[in-house]
Design a protein around this ligand. Structure first.
Ligand code: C5P
Length: 310
């Protein structure tokens, strides 16, 4: 038992993520697609507070869209707590309070951040003392993005996106995020990509899609040069997300017209991430987009993964 087992509550903060590169390969029988991706954790956070309880419960506060967040076993934080309790033979429960800042169903891994934060919080609250690799294995069972959010920083993800290796990234990158009023379902966007590819016959012509992260992406990260990174941003899910939400193309174009170097749909969307050359330009882009009715956020990356606060 660690000291933390005797505390009244544990507060963990976990970041949202964007995908700087997202290459999607073939769909496997389990419904998941082979991925080669580069994640970056950004300074928009989910806070999870875990308190001792006999049963499992979750409360959610924060963003406008809270009504769409389930409070039962479909909630990823609740599933994370129950998975850890089962793995550790912990007989009690936990009351989880989630304070959201990451857009719901926004393609930024908000639910994954809740799950990663709940794992770290319950591990500390219950004095479970699991190793980082044991927590990583549990995280991978909860969702493809959960291991990355546990680790944070900048990393290459392969497999379902859950097999991680760190990517060397110098300096700080400034992003303006443009959330959308309505979330997008990740399975729907992957399904749309499959349908678009079937229509084009892309997979029939090219059965072994190359799934390496392109060297220019990794070079740009090493150099810390946002101009190089802007030229290397790529997301195979973007055409599918834009098919579902044609307005996203206009959001990207407006961001670039306002001074961003490049814009990309974050993960499965609909959040748009605009890469800016420096913090000043990011503030200008944020201001310009606000003037025309968007609700943009200025963040930076990379930042650390799920961490105990205070
Ligand atoms: O793992 P997670 O629950 O975040 O995935 C949500 C959905 O996204 C999956 O059910 C699947 O439809 C899709 N997905 C996929 N291939 C991946 C990751 C996610 O098809 N590598």
């Amino acid at each position: 038992m660690s000291q933390a087992a005797f505390t009244d509550s544990v507060h963990v903060r976990a970041p949202g993520k964007i995908n700087l590169f997202l290459g999607v390969g073939e769909r496997h029988d389990d419904g998941y697609h082979a991925l080669a991706t580069v994640f970056q954790a950004v300074s928009l956070y989910e806070d999870v507070i875990a308190r001792p309880a006999d049963d499992f419960s979750v409360e959610v506060f924060g963003v406008d869209d809270i009504g769409s967040v389930p409070l039962d076993d479909r909630n990823l934080a609740m599933r994370a707590a129950k998975l850890l309790a089962a793995a550790a033979d912990y007989p009690g429960g936990v009351a989880l309070e989630i304070r959201k800042s990451v857009p719901v169903a926004g393609g930024m891994g908000g639910g994954s951040a809740d799950a990663a934060a709940a794992l770290v919080a319950c591990d500390a609250l219950w004095g479970t003392g699991f190793s980082p690799s044991r927590l990583h294995d549990l995280a991978a069972r909860l969702g493809a993005d959960v291991p990355f959010v546990l680790h944070g920083g900048t990393a290459v993800g392969t497999g379902r996106g859950d097999q991680l290796s760190p990517a060397l990234a110098r300096g700080r990158f400034d992003w303006v995020l443009v959330p959308n009023d309505r979330g997008l379902s990740t399975p729907v966007v992957y399904g749309r990509l499959d349908a678009l590819r079937d229509e084009e016959g892309a997979l029939a012509d090219e059965p072994s899609l190359s799934l390496d992260v392109p060297i220019p992406v990794l070079q740009a990260l090493r150099s810390g040069d946002p101009v190089q990174l802007a030229a290397a941003l790529e997301n195979d899910l973007q055409p599918a997300a834009i098919y579902e939400r044609p307005d996203l193309a206009e959001t990207i174009a407006r961001g670039v017209a306002a001074g961003a170097l490049q814009g990309i749909v974050s993960g499965s969307g609909p959040t748009v991430a605009l890469l800016c050359p420096d913090p000043e330009v990011a503030r200008d882009v944020q201001y310009s987009l606000r003037e025309v009715g968007y609700d943009p956020l200025h963040v930076h990356g990379p930042v650390p993964g799920a961490r105990i606060i205070g």
